[in-house]
Every structure is written in C-alpha cells, then in structure tokens.
Design a protein around this ligand. Structure first.
Ligand code: FRU
Length: 510
C-alpha cells in the first residue's frame, strides 16, 4: 500500500514521563562515581573505569551468578601505558562494579589481552578448595623478550589471583606479534582450544591441561582483510533460531577496518577440533561503526541460559588516546547477545543489546503512524533508547538527533545505493583528531523497505541496531549537551503501513 496522508494519525503521547526506574538517578558516594556522574561525557550505563586508561575487554567468564569482565588497564594515566588487568563484576551485564586490579606487570612483561575459563575438571591442577578454579590465559608482553602466553588462576570466584610459577606456557617462536589467546573447551575432542593472533593469521593450539600446548593449524593465509595486524581472535560455535549452528571466527584488525582504523571482521564455517574451515573467503564485519574493537565472547555461560554474549571496547586506535574525556578514557559497548541469522543464503552474525538492558528501560514517549516528517522532543537525558518498529522506507530517509547547540548525528538510509550512513561530522567535539569527524558507511545486502531500529544513546556514544542486529554501527560522539530532538525526515515514495517510535529512558547507573 502506498502511504497516504489520509492515514496519518497525528503524533500522540501514549505514556508520559515516568521516573519509577529503581536504578535511575542513584549515585552511590562509596562507589566513587558520585562525583564523576556529572562529568561531561561520562557514560551512564556503559562500563567505564572510575579513573585512567582502559582498552580491550579480557578474561570474560561467567561463574556462580557473576559475569566477570577484566580489561586492559593502565592505572597511572589516561593514555595507554604498561598494561594491567582491571576487573569489574556484574550480575546483570549492565550494572558493573569495579574491583581492584587483578594482574600487575612482572619480569615477563606487561599483561596484554587474553581470556579466562572455568576449569571444571581441574585439568590444570590449580584447584585448592570447593570452588571451580578460574584460569586466565593472557599474553605477557616484553620489549626485549617478546610476547609469550601465561596463566594465572583464582580459587575464590575471581577475587584473588596467583600467577602460575611455570609461566610462560607458550614461549615465543621468534614472531613479534604473537598474542591475545582466547581459550575455550572443545567438547567433542575433550581439549582446550586456543586461538592466537600471529601477525596476520590465526594459530589454533590444543591442550589437555592448559599448560602444554600443541599447534594444530593455521587460519587466514591469503584471506580476509589484511590492512593491519590481526588481534584478539575468538572461535566459537553459534546457534541460530532454527537450531542450526556454525563455527564463527572473530578477528579484530588494526588498521584496516572499513571506516578507518580498528574493526572486527569475522568468518563463518566449520571446526573439527583441529582446523577451522571458512565457508567464505571475503571478510564480513561485525559492526560497521568506528568504535567497537577487540570484542570477544563470554566463557562458561550455563547451558540453561544458552546465549552467546559479547562485549567490545568502544574506541578506535586512530584516536583512542586523545578522546576528550578527563579522568578516564574509553568505555565498553553495551553487552550484546550474538545470533546466527540466515540472510539471502548467507550466515550473518547479528548482535543486539542483552535482554537485561531492555528490561531496565522505562518508556517515556511513543508516536504512532510514523508516516511524515516529524520532530519528537526528547527529555534532554544523557542516556536513552529510541526504538523504531515497522518503519517503511523509500529510497532516501534520515533520522537525526539534535541538541540545543545544533550538534547532531544523522543516520541516513540510502536505499538507491544500498547504504546506511552514520554522520557524526557535526556531533560536537570532533576536532581532536582528523579522522573523527567522519561519515561512516555501511553497505546493505539488499534494499531495506521496512526496518526496525534501536538507537542506544549514552553520554558519549551511539549504537545503532537495525533489523534485530543484522546491521550494527557503534560510534563515540562527544556532543557538548544532551540531545533534545529526534527528527524524522521521510521521503514521499514509501510503500507500506506506518510504524511506531518509542523513546525509553535508560538507567543512570553512574
Ligand atoms: C588490541 C591490543 C591487543 C593487545 C592489547 C594491548 O587493542 O593491541 O592486541 O594485547 O591491545 O593493550
């Protein structure tokens, strides 16, 4: 059906502003965020360290009701420096409690990225008490000695950690870039599998005990994006809604991402315990925005949960060290659930914010019959979600967030050219780096005449999820005051029914 003005129902407020959100507006003096929650650009519901530098998420493991998030951390400054593992714990993947630093640099070097597992069968022999040992497998980085893989373990639910006295467990074979081990248990072969980034390929190792590793295979020669060094791999099995599953290899690359600098490419395929065989040669991108890097999945999610959960570092090495925040630098993305979706014969890894986040949202406004240009007033909050459902698109439509200073972010659907653009060129502070004022481009596999879209806005980021996470763009934005308007610019030549927009207030945890 061609949209006709006759069917236009004026914009109506269906529910009014609600402040019953239990978590919102609560700042805890003890947690150290009470002061900083008013800091410019401090995210309200994304994880940031209270102070100082953070990059990659590390050691993500679930154990006994708690999600552990470790991260690359430099406690003595807001720029990258000698790396430690910082630590945060959450029971809901949104409200993170920062812990003390867990791994400090030592004579083998800085503590670079890596993973953690729950060693249920005590294969490494680290168990001392009742709890399952958590074992971290990480890269020691040393300027002269090079990069090697090492272990640390915890017998008290991740509260305290010992480094293994036999470190390193995987010495350096004379290759400078030899890092970021991601280990998982391979049920069929009853072995641990380690994916390791080695220059611009991935090496797969196996082990029975996490200490003695054998090289099984190499992946990536001659395929995928090669514009920079490969980092932070992840190999995991991912199920689709139809129950079918595929193995997925994530590889972060820097530089060489489609919109410049850092990004995460992936391949879908099969894994037999030795070799990963991709079903395509050309890389796919998990997220087309500039700011989702080094993300990997959580280990040890219980079968009864069954989700594949992910978090990424919401920055880009192009400008990560000079973003305009003060006490701290960098946030994580919202935690996301990954799903395998078939789209036109292709296997796609879709990502959406976790359900726990949606449960915390409070609806404040909604507009129906979304079939002409309109402006929706926003409450001027730092954190909110705009959820668009069943919106009919023509050849060229745009959606714009604008604040009182005229700073804006535009999401433009160019169906004629099968592209979506995210324009942050006038989004506020953009001049700290020449690459920042970018218009980011995402190709569409086909024209999209009907969309659902969730736009997750926090104090210094926007995450765009189109059609249940089949297309994703994540970008930092440094608008100097909150957005107060959501503008919808629609073309005349759209077919189909009108849709619905809902605005939600997001939890203000920080
Ligand atoms: C990715 C990365 C990793 C490395 C870590 C160092 O952002 O470069 O390859 O382990 O950061 O902080």
């Amino acid at each position: 059906m061609k949209l006709s003005k006759l069917f236009y129902i004026p914009f109506i407020i269906i529910s009014s502003y609600s402040c019953s959100q239990t978590k919102s507006n609560s700042t805890n003096v003890e947690d150290g965020y009470s002061e900083v929650s008013t800091e410019p650009f401090r995210p309200q519901f994304h994880f940031t360290p209270k102070e100082n530098w953070m990059n990659d998420p590390n050691g993500m493991v679930y154990y006994d009701g708690e999600y552990h998030l470790f991260y690359q951390y430099y406690p003595d400054g807001t720029e990258w420096g000698p790396m430690h593992w910082g630590h945060a714990i959450s029971t809901d993947l949104v409200d993170w409690e920062e812990q003390d630093i867990k791994l400090y640099p030592d004579e083998l070097g800085y503590i670079f990225s890596g993973s953690a597992v729950a060693d249920h069968h005590n294969t490494a022999g680290f168990k001392t008490g009742e709890e399952t040992p958590l074992v971290a497998i990480f890269t020691h980085h040393h300027e002269e000695k090079g990069q090697v893989q090492s272990l640390a373990y915890s017998n008290d639910k991740g509260r305290t950690w010992e480094k293994y006295e036999g470190n390193p467990v995987l010495p350096n074979p004379g290759i400078a870039d030899f890092r970021d081990p991601k280990v998982s248990w391979h049920e069929q072969s009853e072995k641990w599998i380690m994916a390791l980034a080695v220059k611009d390929v991935i090496h797969l190792y196996s082990s029975k005990d996490l200490k003695d590793w054998s090289l099984e295979s190499e992946f990536g020669k001659g395929i995928g994006a090669k514009g920079g060094v490969w980092e932070c791999p992840d190999l995991f099995e991912l199920a689709g809604d139809d129950g079918q599953s595929k193995w997925v290899m994530f590889i972060s690359i820097n530089p060489g991402a489609p919109n410049g600098g850092s990004g995460t490419q992936y391949f879908t395929g099969d894994f037999d315990g030795i070799t990963f065989t991709p079903e395509h040669q050309e890389e796919k991108w998990l997220d087309w925005g500039t700011d989702n890097y080094a993300g990997v999945t959580w280990a040890n999610i219980p079968d009864k949960d069954g989700r594949t959960l992910f978090i990424g570092w919401m920055s880009n090495w192009d400008y990560a060290n000079i973003t305009p925040t003060q006490k701290w630098r960098s946030a994580m993305t919202i935690a996301r659930e990954l799903k395998l979706v078939r789209d036109g014969g292709e296997n796609i890894v879709a990502s959406l914010p976790v359900g726990e986040f949606y449960e915390m949202l409070e609806e404040v406004t909604s507009a129906e019959s979304f079939d002409k240009d309109q402006t929706i007033a926003l409450a001027g909050k730092k954190g909110f979600v705009i959820s668009l459902k069943d919106i009919s698109l023509g050849e060229n439509e745009s959606f714009k967030l604008v604040n009182e200073s005229g700073e804006n972010i535009t999401i433009q659907f160019d169906n004629a050219n099968q592209k979506v653009y995210l324009d942050r060129s006038q989004s506020g502070k953009v001049d700290f780096h020449e690459a920042f004022a970018s218009v980011q481009e995402m190709p569409l596999r086909k024209k999209l005449y009907k969309i659902n879209m969730d736009i997750v806005v926090d104090a210094s980021s926007v995450e765009v999820f189109i059609n249940e996470g089949m297309y994703v763009m994540t970008a930092q934005v440094f608008n100097t005051n909150p957005f107060t308007r959501f503008e919808v610019h629609l073309s005349e030549n759209r077919e189909g029914d009108s849709g619905m927009v809902r605005i939600y207030e997001a939890p203000a945890i920080r």
